[in-house]
Design a protein around this ligand. Structure first.
Ligand code: PEP
Ligand code: MN
Length: 356
């Protein structure tokens, strides 16, 4: 099977196209052993980071060029295709020298047009004929992601895929990187033939999220998955919380439900994602409104004003209900919503008056 048909698998029915391997190549033993275990369970494309972009200095920044011959050994001994991350001209030149088949541009790099252009120019000079995968930039900017893809395309590369690895945020709760599924969905709508690969490892940041996030990517009709897998995850030198053994990976892949009746499922899942996003926005806006209302409460307290000012409330009610009508919403529904919001604002202002 050649590279082209492997990637084309991505745009045909055969899903998912799986790319697996450790976050980083650490030692020759770990690199080759992990690869062999993955190859034995049928994985055809091996990933391993050689140069690692780390948030802070002092962590493991990748084994560097020393690891490239290990990847060649993997290729020779398992027949797998090899993928690694490149961020500079030197990385590209070195990776090509060692016959790396697939290069990916990491999330921090695809946020930087200068760096992407340098990579694109170097690929062009070398006449690179392999695959380039472009991860979404760390910030949720679809145009920047598309721009990075265009730079690679303009360098003559035709085997391109996009990787969705989620987006950075200050809050780190459930996810390491918030998925914001509507962004890759919109990318797929804008460039329908571009294979889309989900990266549940970097979205979730935790082993237990790899399976549900992979399933969600499949339900959204993604073409493939890139999953971090290490022969001994607990002792990994980077991203150990999210790496899984080849055995666990194999189990997860077997349990994935790949729906054939994608059309209805896909549409429904897409719509549900949009609803989730909108609910999030609604919550943020409501929280902002409550915050402002508290500030008003503080002002009223300082100026010895009563909390309830019926004229103002009637004004809001009338204006909003008439606006809502124009947007096709029922008066009664709008009244209920507004009353609930108003009641909570009053409750909070009274609290401020009494304690604040
Ligand atoms: C990686 O794939 O190991 C990696 C560093 O990913 P990202 O660029 O998505 O953080
Ligand atoms: Mn990683």
């Amino acid at each position: 099977m050649n590279l082209e048909s492997i990637l084309l698998q991505g745009v045909s029915k055969q899903r998912p196209l799986v790319i697996a391997g450790p976050c980083s190549a650490e030692t020759e033993e770990q690199t080759v052993r992990t690869a062999k275990e993955l190859a034995n369970s049928g994985i055809k494309i091996y990933r391993a980071g050689i140069w690692k972009p780390r948030t802070k200095p002092g962590g493991f920044e990748g084994i560097g060029e020393t690891g490239l011959p290990w990847l060649q050994t993997v290729k020779k001994e398992t027949g797998m295709y090899i993928a690694t991350e490149v961020a500079t001209q030197n990385h590209v030149n070195e990776a090509i020298k060692y016959d790396i088949d697939i290069l990916w541009i990491g999330a921090r790099t695809s946020a930087n047009p200068f760096a992407v252009q340098e990579i694109a120019d170097t690929l062009k000079i070398n006449g690179f004929d392999g695959v380039v995968m472009v991860k979404n930039p760390v910030n949720p900017d679809l145009e920047l992601w598309i721009g990075a893809i265009e730079r690679i395309y303009n360098a003559g590369i035709r085997k391109i895929a996009a990787i969705h690895r989620g987006f950075s945020s200050y809050e780190k709760k459930l996810y390491r990187n918030i998925p914001q599924w509507h962004i890759p969905i919109e990318l797929k709508r804008r460039i329908p033939n571009l294979p889309l690969i989900g990266d549940p490892s970097h979205i979730g940041g935790k082993r237990e999220l790899v399976s549900p996030l992979s399933q969600q990517a499949m339900d959204l009709n993604y073409n493939g998955l890139i999953i971090e897998s290490h022969c001994n995850p607990d002792s990994a030198w980077s991203d150990k919380e999210q790496q899984i053994t080849p055995e666990v990976l194999s189990y997860i892949l077997k349990t994935l439900v790949i729906r054939d009746t994608e059309h209805t499922t896909k549409n429904l899942t897409e719509l549900r994602c949009q609803i989730d996003e909108i609910d999030n926005e609604l919550l943020t806006i409501l929280a902002k409104r409550m915050q402002i209302s508290k500030e008003i409460g503080q002002y009223k307290k300082e100026h010895n004003m009563p909390v309830l000012q019926t004229v103002r409330y009637d004004e809001i009610l009338e204006k909003t209900i008439s606006h809502a009508k124009q947007l096709g919403m029922e008066t009664n529904f709008m009244k209920t919503v507004l009353e609930a919001i108003h009641e909570e604002s009053i409750r909070q202002q009274i609290e401020i008056l009494n304690n604040g």
